[in-house]
Design a protein. Structure first.
Length: 175
């Protein structure tokens, strides 16, 4: 038997079709109905939604803050096995040492993660430019916790200064 013959490629399909036809005839159902039903069950549903995309610009402050929050949420968000080492490394890379020290003291006092201002991680977040402030740049990070009617949003103002490091995260604007 040739590898390309239909019997070799789909041995079970012919048997299933034959059984279906025999049952249909025995039950008084036309073969047209059986074929239509088989076609309906074999239909593969495809999504018509447009694919999602994300973009950024190297060296752009909004992209930098978005990169930090995206990676930080991913590191903290695995409830079974959060990557504390990665979260710590991200803070060291993106925050100034002085701010990281102040943030750790704030966390100790408040009992929540200072980057997220929460005990858990958000389901979604957005990052938006808020313009120049003094020698730095302010970016608004909106974190959405929960879903549906229980969704709560937290708006954070992230101040990025010299050398593109985060020097402050607050719930109020520096403007």
């Amino acid at each position: 038997m040739n590898r390309n013959t239909p019997a070799h490629r789909r041995p079970g399909r012919r048997a299933a079709a034959a059984v279906g036809v025999l049952l249909a005839v025995g039950l008084g159902v036309s073969t047209t109905q059986v074929s239509a039903q088989a076609s309906a069950h074999a239909t593969v549903k495809t999504s018509t939604a447009a694919p999602q995309s994300a973009s950024g610009t190297s060296g752009h402050v909004v992209t930098r803050v978005a990169d930090f929050y995206g990676a930080y949420v991913d590191a903290k968000g695995d409830y079974a096995d959060p990557d504390v080492t990665l979260a710590t490394a991200l803070r060291k890379h993106y925050l100034t040492p002085a701010f990281d020290k102040r943030l750790a003291a704030w966390e100790e006092k408040n009992g929540v993660d200072g980057v997220l201002r929460a005990q858990n991680v958000p389901a979604r977040w957005t990052v938006t430019d808020n313009g120049t402030v003094g020698n730095g740049h302010e970016v608004v990070v909106t974190l959405a916790f929960g879903s549906g009617e229980t969704m709560q949003k937290t708006k954070l103002f992230v101040l990025v200064e010299r050398y593109d490091h985060i020097v402050d995260i607050s719930t109020t604007t520096a403007r």
